[in-house]
Design a binder for this molecule. Sequence first.
Ligand SMILES: Nc1ncnc2c1ncn2[C@@H]1O[C@H](COP(=O)(O)OP(=O)(O)OP(=O)(O)O)[C@@H](O)[C@H]1O
Length: 243
Amino acid sequence: MTALLETRNVTQRFSGLTANSDVSISVGRGEIVGLIGPNGAGKSTLFNLIAGAFKPTEGTILFEGRDVTALPAAERCQAGIGRTFQVVKSFETMTVIENVIVGALVRTKVMHEARRKAHEVLAFCGLDARADVLASDLVPSEKRRLEVARALATEPKLLLLDEVLTGLTPVESQKGVELVRRVRDTGITVLMVEHVMEIVMPLVDRAIVLDLGKVLLEGRPTDVVRDPKVISAYLGDRHAVGA
Ligand SMILES: Nc1ncnc2c1ncn2[C@@H]1O[C@H](COP(=O)(O)OP(=O)(O)OP(=O)(O)O)[C@@H](O)[C@H]1O
């Protein structure tokens, strides 16, 4: 069966720096896949290449078997690739519901339909009580939920989550984990970058480890956290304990 997403030999160079080197990964429908690795490993770069923020120096990106390498970000969103940003990009002077309507307008130009969709997504994300407050008035965990809500409103088939569980309290991150599981239960495939291994590893079906722009390893999270290369180079011994 065709993978939902596939990158083939993707390389991204910025001047002299190779941020991604010959990266070939695939994500199957219905999976939750974690993209992990140390700072500067190239995770955000790969996200940007998949979402269409830039075109790779070399290589091909396939979505539902179709070559989308040359498609700009807006068209990839139309195709079904939704994303959140590591640095929360809510429109601060707009209300929560207006932010989500921006996402919903990807699928409809009829305002009342977009508003209905936005309310539905806010309820799903547990933010409906905050619909009419300014995005700037949300606490950080709510802003992360808003990012997810806006991406969901675009009705993605693949949702790219960039560190949505980072910087949250244990209770908040547990709620975030539950939200990601519920997203998958609706049939949406999830590819997520996350630093907090203790939270992300029990959540994902598969982990892909990047280091120095290359795929170091991929596999089941229980195997990945035990791999000596991963333990010593990326996660540190602390994360292997009790894995
Ligand atoms: N637009 C850019 N121009 C130049 N260099 C870049 C650009 N984006 C990323 N880089 C560099 O590419 C490398 C990979 O960065 P990237 O942000 O993809 O890593 P990361 O794994 O997401 O890191 P982190 O976990 O810290 O977010 C880094 O050396 C970074 O400085």
